[in-house]
Design a protein around this ligand. Structure first.
Ligand SMILES: *[C@@H]1O[C@H](CO)[C@@H](O)[C@H](O)[C@H]1NC(C)=O
Ligand SMILES: *[C@@H]1O[C@H](CO)[C@@H](O)[C@H](O)[C@H]1NC(C)=O
Ligand SMILES: *[C@@H]1O[C@H](CO)[C@@H](O)[C@H](O)[C@H]1NC(C)=O
Ligand SMILES: *[C@@H]1O[C@H](CO)[C@@H](O)[C@H](O)[C@H]1NC(C)=O
Length: 384
């Protein structure tokens, strides 16, 4: 008998062992790995086949986390937690978490502090190993849903008490501390065979911390452009240096690029400080801080700086420009030329990038002069 599509569908249905009915998902409470097992045991017939393609994202039942839609069996085998139904109740939204001492073997795992969501207080060295799920994985993206660690040294910006360290990639180790909730980073793992280490080295017993970091594995064709530690999509948004926070201070020893994807139909980008207090990178510079001549005048004045590509003659000071050089340095207490209001800088140099270069923290300076940077950006349409 020829197998018509109809018959094929029937055969397929027969070969799939029965699905649990939808209402059982509602009876599994959200905390429920064990309930899932109980249910699994109660049913005589068990699903072990799930026709949803791999890597279909879903939202956990509390709406807070992203998981992968799997059948309940796969979710258990892989060590995830069933967090509500997906695929019309045929699967579970399987959320993966890892904490101190665990390995991360999945796409999309949340690395959480040991007592999350309660605050952790104990000094500890806590680490996870992130293993590439496939050799084609090109980057890891870490989203800091919560990132509350101890502050750096208030006068130098060095993370000398609490520190988050990411190492094992080809690029330099990444070191952060303080308040970075809402920030993200990309970490290049293209030439990493094995795994990358994330360490929370917490050395003070009298601090409260909490973190929840979403780790996503990114294939080559979805990666952020080379060299971008942060990559923002959308025609407008806010960028901040790490530990830009109340009572924060920018971190020492940072050298990275923040990239804004050039959106369709957009030809230039404008930056403005988030408010009058949102550009504090070192004490006020005597020479013009917004003009880029800090280094040319006195290199000490611009140990810590923001570098922007420039294309506009008016923005370039003669001292700062050598042959083919048109980098604009920004440091001191204002983003634009001192006193210039409103403060707004436009550039049509692509790609849209800002480089953050903060020195090793060898000098002691007041934290008030070193809050860091918060800028709003807006891409501007091309003119015909
Ligand atoms: C059912 O539960 C028992 C005890 O809880 C366990 O030993 C057994 O492995 C379970 N069966 C399956 C198929 O998971
Ligand atoms: C990991 O998950 C993200 C988000 O769903 C997805 O874009 C990416 O392709 C996944 N990576 C792999 C290797 O499947
Ligand atoms: C990764 O594995 C390949 C093949 O096994 C090997 O040739 C290469 O040297 C390894 N690279 C690193 C950085 O270990
Ligand atoms: C963690 O901190 C301790 C104490 O400051 C230090 O000795 C150790 O080298 C640190 N570990 C890492 C991996 O930085």
């Amino acid at each position: 008998m020829p197998v018509t599509p109809h018959v094929a569908a029937l055969l397929l249905l027969c070969s799939v062992r029965a699905w649990p009915v939808f209402k059982t998902w509602l009876s599994v409470d959200s905390d429920g790995g064990d309930n899932g097992l109980t249910y699994y045991n109660r049913t005589s017939r068990v699903l072990n086949f799930f026709p949803v393609p791999m890597s279909v994202e879903c939202l956990s039942d509390d709406g807070r986390r992203t998981g992968v839609c799997l059948n309940v069996y796969e979710c258990r085998i892989q060590g995830g937690r069933a967090s509500g139904p997906c695929a019309l109740g045929f699967g579970v939204c399987c959320v993966f978490t890892a904490t101190c001492g665990n390995d991360i073997n999945n796409n999309m795992t949340y690395f959480i502090s040991p007592t999350f969501p309660a605050l952790s207080r104990d000094a500890a060295a806590c680490s996870v190993q992130i293993k590439k799920i496939d050799s084609s994985i090109s980057q890891l993206r870490l989203d800091f849903v919560h990132f509350n660690l101890g502050q750096p040294n208030r006068r130098t910006g060095v993370c000398d008490s609490d520190v988050f360290i990411m190492s094992g990639g080809v690029t330099q180790d990444l070191k952060l501390c303080g308040q970075n909730s809402g920030q993200h980073v990309y970490y290049d793992v293209e030439n990493v065979n094995d795994s990358v280490n994330v360490i929370m080295n917490l050395t003070d017993n009298n601090l409260f911390r909490m973190w929840e970091i979403k780790v996503t594995q990114i294939e080559f064709n979805q990666r952020a452009p080379a060299g971008c530690r942060q990559y923002y999509q959308g025609s407008n948004g806010i960028i901040q240096t790490m530990n830009f926070a109340d009572n924060g201070r920018h971190l020492a020893d940072q050298d990275y690029t923040i990239c804004m994807r050039q959106e369709e139909g957009m030809c230039s980008i404008a930056y403005e400080p988030c408010d009058e207090n949102s550009f504090k990178i070192g004490p006020p510079v005597l020479s013009d801080p917004g003009s880029g001549d800090g280094v040319a005048g006195d290199s000490r004045e611009c140990d810590d700086k923001i570098v922007m590509p420039c294309d506009s003659e008016e923005l370039i000071m003669p001292e700062a420009s050598g042959p083919g050089v048109c980098d604009l340095l920004h440091c001191g207490s204002s983003f634009c030329n001192q006193g210039e209001m409103p403060c707004r800088i436009e550039s049509s140099v692509t790609p849209f990038n800002i480089r953050v270069q903060f020195g090793p923290g060898a000098r002691e300076e007041s934290p008030e002069d070193n809050l860091g940077m918060c800028l709003r950006y807006e891409q501007l349409p091309c003119y015909e």
